[in-house]
Design a protein around this ligand. Structure first.
Ligand code: PLP
Length: 343
């Protein structure tokens, strides 16, 4: 890995961050707070929330087995994705490399930040070739985007290939593990010490059932997390989200139960899809969704919409011609989809 200083945008490296009232004072002994121009009435909503989400991170640290100082929390993973660009990539100069197809936000954020995005095609099994990714890099490549299990394909990337990218690239490698709770493959989140250039993404939006509260995480070295904290909005995770997250994080048994229900339904749905005359192929998945190649994705999509059932039409995505992405729902939702497709 290059020196962090040589990877970070010079303006960010030199940035003196905004220092908020709650930053400058963070002890527990005080009881009169006249420092932040807050309204003294309407507790608890009158107070600014903890800018570094200390309690939530402490709880997450135990659950995720990552030191609290190696955790960044944001308004969804999307905030962390955007921060990778804002911290590392000089607009119109630097570039990033990514697997293709993958999650659309990596490219959208590249476009917003005016950073060149270099997609590298996966093979016919939706697997990546590390050498091909590394060959797409040049001196201005600051980050490589990997997603495992990948969206919209559903499969895990081969661990050895991911390791090869991590060892062979001198910049930042982001491994988005948004769906890892549905997979049994060992996670990169637990290997931060081994790879100083890794950023792992997780979210409360999928297995934790909390898409509405908007809470995403990045796990990385404390130096990288320090840079994210310097650039983020001071109060990027609001009080309601922090509170609800703490509540939900005590619900680990519920998550385990949901995941096992979803996995058993996934198995059933894949079998049922394979028997549909309109289904050509169901691709292997390690996520809470699967990608299916159909005879006519657009026609089937439109037909389902008529019936009030919405799946994701991925037919215009590279390597996904005539593919639908189907999220696993409740038993009855899944049954409704199957019965619509059978009639
Ligand atoms: C759903 C998803 C996320 C989650 O994004 P949030 O902003 O945390 O809701 C992140 N990465 C991938 C690949 C996803 O599919």
């Amino acid at each position: 890995m290059k020196q962090l200083k040589d990877l970070v945008r010079p303006n960010i490296w030199q940035l003196a961050p905004y220092s908020s009232a709650r930053n400058e004072y963070s002890g527990h002994e005080a009881h009169v707070f006249l420092d932040a121009n807050e309204n003294p009435y309407n507790a608890p909503y009158n107070r600014y929330p903890d800018p570094l989400q200390t309690e939530v991170k402490a709880r997450l640290s135990t659950i995720k087995r990552v030191p609290a100082e190696c955790i960044f929390l944001g308004n969804g993973s999307d905030e962390a994705i955007d921060l990778v660009y804002r911290v590392f990539c000089r607009p119109q100069i630097d570039n990033v490399v990514a697997i293709e197809p993958t999650y659309g936000m990596y490219k959208v954020c590249a476009d917003i930040n005016d950073v060149e995005y270099r997609p590298v095609l996966l093979d016919e099994h939706y697997q990546m070739n590390a050498d091909k990714l590394l060959a797409a890099c040049d001196d201005h490549t600051k980050a490589i985007w990997l997603c495992s299990p990948n969206n919209p394909t559903g499969n895990n990337l081969k661990v050895e290939e991911v390791e090869k990218v991590l060892r062979g690239f001198d910049g930042i490698v982001v491994v988005d593990e948004a769906y890892s709770d549905f997979s049994t493959v060992p996670v990169f989140r637990k290997r931060l010490a081994e790879f100083p250039n890794i950023i792992v993404l997780n979210t409360m939006s999928k297995a934790w059932g909390c898409a509405a509260i908007r809470l995403g995480m990045a796990f990385a070295s404390k130096e990288i997390i320090g840079l994210f904290n310097k650039v983020k909005y001071p109060y990027n995770v609001n009080l309601l989200t922090q509170r609800q997250a703490l509540e939900e994080l005590n619900n680990t048994e519920a998550v385990t139960k949901w995941v096992s229900l979803i996995l058993s339904e996934r198995k059933h749905m894949i079998q049922a899809f394979r028997e549909l005359p309109s289904c050509i192929e169901v691709y292997p998945t390690d996520a809470n969704f699967f990608l299916a190649k159909m005879t006519d994705a657009q026609g089937i999509y439109d037909y389902l919409v008529e019936k009030g059932i919405i799946v994701r039409n991925r037919t215009r995505v590279t390597l996904c011609k005539d593919c639908l992405r189907v999220t696993i729902g409740t038993k009855s939702e899944n049954a409704e989809l199957l019965s619509a497709l059978r009639s």
